[in-house]
Design a protein around this ligand. Structure first.
Ligand code: ZN
Length: 255
């Protein structure tokens, strides 16, 4: 009898715990703007698997986020430009400056432009590489809509998984860079420069934007030369092996 009482007591306490967990969950999730009361049980079901409130909201509200076209390209302060998130054709970042004081290769009669904050961090990254005897070189930074359009028309046969349609290129943000060494160039083969960048770029706010095995999510083939400046969130992205798309889906409430 005593045993039964203990079991019953245990059962009642655990029920109470579940209730408390649910109440805590409800009190927190209802504060979010995208919360829909009618979907509460779906959110809770997701939450029990993910233990992540924002991700639970996004999973239920936007189940097909990775494959859905959207006119949004700003998620909080984070710019997301990919095959589903184009920039308006007249979009020009307002903090572009000329690249200077680092190695770069540019086409004739063309200026190499980049976001000024990105250049600052890129310069620090290049200096770090140099102390490791790696002479990094910048091959591409900002590309205007028009520039992207001319690249697009230059070679129709070029693989769509490498090349972006005008408006859909991350280079139009001024936050993306193609980096390698002048002797290796932009190549998928394993280079010392890439080895260094893969391990260190995040310390300067950059992420490898198109990693291997994430092609379905990014929409791009592996590009070991293409890095994207994201600022402070780079460490979390790097340590959790995320893409920018996955970061947003997990940590930014999609409205
Ligand atoms: Zn690129």
């Amino acid at each position: 009898m005593k045993k039964i009482l203990i079991i019953l007591l245990f059962f009642l306490t655990s029920c109470k715990n579940i209730d408390k967990t649910y109440d805590d969950f409800y009190n927190q999730i209802k504060k979010y703007g995208s919360f829909d009361k009618d979907l509460i049980y779906q959110y809770y079901e997701s939450y029990q698997k993910t233990n992540n409130l924002i991700n639970s909201l996004n999973l239920v509200n936007h189940p097909d986020f990775y494959n859905t076209k959207s006119s949004t390209y700003l998620y909080n302060d984070i710019m997301l430009v990919n095959k589903n998130h184009p920039l308006p054709s007249n979009f020009i970042p307002n903090d572009l400056i000329k690249v200077k004081d680092i190695n770069y290769i540019k086409r004739e009669n063309e200026e190499m432009l980049i976001n000024n904050e990105v250049l600052e961090h890129l310069t620090a990254l290049f200096i770090d590489a140099k102390t490791n005897n790696i002479d990094l070189c910048l091959f591409s930074a900002y590309r205007s809509f028009e520039k992207q359009a001319s690249l697009w028309h230059e070679d129709y046969s070029f693989d769509n998984m490498y090349k972006a349609v005008p408006g859909y290129s991350e280079h139009q943000t001024g936050l993306a860079v193609d980096i390698s060494t002048s002797y290796d160039g932009l190549t998928s083969s394993k280079t010392i420069a890439f080895d260094f960048l893969e391990k260190n770029a995040y310390k300067y706010g950059f992420i490898l934007r198109y990693p291997k095995n994430k092609e379905q999510i990014t929409g791009y083939n592996y590009e070991p030369w293409h890095f994207r400046y994201v600022g402070d969130i780079s460490r979390l992205i790097y340590e959790n092996n995320l893409t920018l798309e996955e970061y947003i889906y997990n940590y930014v409430e999609i409205k």
